[in-house]
Design a protein around this ligand. Structure first.
Ligand code: 4AD
Ligand code: MG
Length: 482
């Protein structure tokens, strides 16, 4: 039998070499047909679009056709022909079909109909095979690639920060401990406390919540660096925007002040969204039409005002609004929403802004992405540069429509004395921070950085509503299947 090299479906669909022989391989999305001919929609993950296989009983044996159902994997050889029906311009008239793997229709969970996202979350091992999730994960790849391309183009170095660490970068105490001690037989010291000198690393260690502190060490020599890796938070928040394991991009730049930091964050977000528009068009179109369907089910006042692609274009074309936390509190206080008591959490200077406040500023008041700066020092991490007022720090959070906080960052405290005082004030043990402090002792410089939550970016770009649906295998409280 002839052996023909496999062509990816994305390339076959672009071809107009009618009459040529091709071989495609993939998974059956649907099969329909009449007595004499079957139409099979085949997808191989290279594109959202399926290729139609026309299997004529004169060419393909009935015994083969009867084994083909949704979910089965096939190798198909045939002739490229112009498509009769609507949709694609080409299809394949099959001359040979090999069933690589059957999928019993009585058992295969994905039927050729619409499944809810909740249902598919329980079937995360198979949901890649749906149009929605294949689109999401192709876009996820494109965004990761674009991040490297953006920073590489600017002369930043990709820095690998450790996953296991002894420090708590954010000081929030939301860490997963890493240990090889036998939890049933813990070694104890004289005081009866666990003796971590007997543990693998000879000390208490945890999974990192952020690569920032190590990023700072590198930036204070290499100039401009970024990390891009998994981070872990044991916060018990079961929301549509929190994961226990998420990916974060953390650029860190020597000689940048907070304005340079904001400029970089805005330029990066616009670049990434533009990259998606330029390179993920078919997938975005699909997700947009999916969203429009979903919107129709919602009450009028909950519908989003812009279709997905327009929403993305809007971000690339408009300047972000920049204002201080103090100004934002005034806007919130004076808002009709506040006066009508529509906020669940009351507004006053000093509060940690809730997602409802952030979204009000972005979606209702300014109707644009917003960068807030100069937050009260009490609600921010120890490393942020202290302002002259003694009350605020040079923090910056970028707030996005539908998401709230997408980026958190700051100018860093570069003064040894001020940083040391803050570390002491917050009761952070110096034995965990001596190396960080030394960068301020030897050749300190003004510097800044921020962290972009990769899955929050993915929520925005894909329009998906739940963060569990933009990471292949979500880790959330009480959930670590697969
Ligand atoms: O604001 P965060 O906590 O900042 C930091 O970790 C700093 N060290 C960053 C830096 O300055 N280098 O987190 C940064 C971003 C948030 O804005 C959010 O997008 C995302 O990380 N994020 C989460 N995403 C998903 N699930 C969670 N539990 C998240 N926590 C933070
Ligand atoms: Mg934050």
């Amino acid at each position: 039998m002839e052996t023909l090299k496999r062509t990816k479906i994305v390339n076959v669909l672009k071809s107009d070499d009618f009459g040529s022989k091709v071989c495609v391989k993939g998974w059956v999305r649907t099969k329909r047909g009449s007595k004499n001919v079957a139409f099979i929609a085949l997808n191989d993950g290279s594109t959202i679009n399926n290729i139609q296989i026309v299997a004529d009983l004169e060419q393909i044996n009935e015994s083969i056709l009867s084994r083909i159902h949704t979910g089965a994997s096939l190798s198909v050889t045939g002739t490229l022909i112009a498509s009769q029906g609507s949709g694609q311009k080409v299809e394949i008239a099959a001359s040979a079909i090999e069933v690589l793997g059957e999928a019993n229709p009585d058992e295969y969970p994905l039927q050729p109909k619409k499944h809810s996202l909740e249902f598919l979350r329980e079937k995360a091992h198979l949901r890649f095979r749906t149009s929605t999730f294949s689109a999401v994960f192709r876009i996820r790849h494109a965004m990761a690639f674009a991040i490297h391309q953006f920073f590489n183009g600017k002369g930043f170095y990709y820095m690998h920060s450790p996953i296991i660490t002894g420090s708590d970068a954010e000081g929030a105490g939301e860490m997963f401990q890493v240990t090889t001690l036998d939890l049933d037989k813990l070694p104890r010291n004289e005081e009866g406390k666990v003796d971590y000198s007997k543990d693998f690393f000879g000390k208490l260690t945890n999974l990192t919540v952020s690569g920032q502190l190590e990023g700072e060490l590198a930036a204070l020599a290499l100039g401009e660096v970024y990390t891009f890796g998994p981070t872990f938070r044991a916060e018990n928040s079961n929301t549509s925007r929190h994961l226990a394991e998420f990916w974060m991009i953390e650029p860190e730049m020597a000689f940048y002040d907070i304005t340079d930091n904001m400029d970089l964050a805005e330029e990066m977000l616009k670049y990434l969204v533009q990259y998606a528009l330029d390179n993920c068009h078919d997938d975005l179109e699909f997700l947009q039409s999916r969203l429009l369907e979903e919107e129709k089910q919602k009450p009028q006042n909950e519908r989003s005002d812009l279709p997905l692609i327009e929403k993305l274009e809007f971000v690339t074309k408009n300047d972000f609004v920049r204002l201080s936390y103090t100004e934002a509190i005034e806007v919130l206080k004076n808002s009709k929403a506040n006066q009508k008591g529509q906020f669940q959490y009351p507004v006053s200077w000093g509060i940690d802004l809730q997602s409802e406040h952030e979204r009000f500023l972005v979606e209702k008041h300014y109707k644009k992405p917003v960068i807030l700066t100069d937050y009260p020092k009490e609600i921010k991490a120890f490393y942020m540069k202290q302002n002259e007022d003694g009350k605020t720090v040079r923090a910056m959070d970028v707030l996005f429509p539908g998401i709230g906080e997408i980026i958190g960052g700051s100018q860093r405290e570069e003064s040894y004395e001020k940083l040391k005082a803050r570390i002491d004030e917050m009761g952070i043990p110096e034995k965990d921070m001596w190396w960080f402090l030394e960068t301020r002792k030897f050749g300190t410089v003004p510097h800044s950085g921020y962290g972009l939550g990769f899955e929050r970016l993915m929520l925005f770009v894909t329009g998906m509503g739940n963060i569990r649906d933009v990471i292949p295998f979500a880790r959330t409280p009480k959930n670590a299947e697969y």
